[in-house]
Design a protein around this ligand. Structure first.
Ligand code: ATP
Length: 252
């Protein structure tokens, strides 16, 4: 579904990602962890085609996207949703208009059907009846939920999440984690989640990668990451104490 082959990325000569090889299977949740500035957001921006790699290949749904022009990229993005780090809602549009945005932009769907999708997606994220609210009337957690509803309104095959729980308290973060898991379960989407929250990472991941200084330094299932002998990995995850017996993962 998503495949990166020997991808390198530099900003003005400064290498930010180095020799990235990665595959994400259909329906899988890949979690990306790593220190600030290690290149995680850059990785997402490359996959959605907002940036072009300095070298290497990026395949999405069997198509290599690096040589695509803006038109072709827009076609490809019809199958992708993105939840940005700071929600990135359009402040001048109501919640309903935000959620409808992609459908109005990319489809000829009749208004009546658009409204049905908006209602259904807002119901999925627990915000029924908030269509006419404006973003500045919402809490951070509500904004994130609207952002998720907007991302899934277009029925995407892939959703990319850039720190979806940043700045949220642990209870709201758990709600967002559950929504990410239920989005995968209900819509079968392939997901990449960048997060600094280790509890989210371990609850959600089918597989994880850790990036440090632009390189993938560890990858595998959650047990592989927990048992990693790489000291940087252990240092990074040490704030979280797993309880193997009582831990409940958000699984279907
Ligand atoms: N547009 C840009 N121009 C120049 N350098 C950039 C640009 N965007 C990011 N960088 C640099 O690339 C590196 C990786 O940034 P990126 O945002 O991908 O990291 P990150 O792992 O997502 O960080 P964080 O966890 O803090 O969000 C950083 O050193 C950053 O300063």
């Amino acid at each position: 579904m998503i495949k990166l082959v020997n991808v390198n990325m530099s900003y003005r000569g400064k290498r930010v990602l180095e020799d990235i090889n990665l595959e994400v299977a259909k329906g899988e949740i890949l979690v990306v962890i790593g220190p600030s500035g290690s290149g995680k957001s850059t990785l997402l921006r490359l996959i959605i085609g907002l940036l072009k790699p300095t070298s290497g290949e990026i395949w999405v749904n069997g198509q290599e996207i690096s040589p695509m022009n803006e038109n072709e990229l827009n076609q490809m993005r019809r199958h992708m949703g993105m939840v940005f780090q700071y929600s990135a809602l359009f402040d001048s549009m109501s919640v309903g208009e935000n959620v409808a945005f992609g459908l109005r932009q990319h489809t000829d769907m009749p208004e009546e059907d658009i409204q049905k999708v908006v209602r259904s997606r807002l119901r999925m994220v627990g915000l029924s009846g908030h269509e006419t609210d404006m973003p500045n009337e919402l809490s951070g957690g509500m904004k994130k939920r609207v952002s998720l509803a907007r991302a899934i309104a277009i029925n995407p095959e892939i959703v990319l999440y850039d720190e979806p729980t940043a700045g949220l308290d642990p209870i709201i973060s758990t709600t967002i984690d559950r929504l990410i898991a239920s989005t995968r379960r209900r819509l079968g989407v392939t997901s990449i989640v960048v997060t600094h929250h280790m509890s989210s990472a371990f609850n959600l991941a089918d597989r994880m990668i850790m990036i440090n200084d632009g390189r993938i330094i560890e990858q595998g299932g959650i047990d592989d990451i927990r048992r990693s002998e790489n000291r940087l990995v252990q240092k990074f995850i040490q704030g979280w104490t797993p309880d193997y017996k009582t831990e409940r993962r958000f699984r279907p």
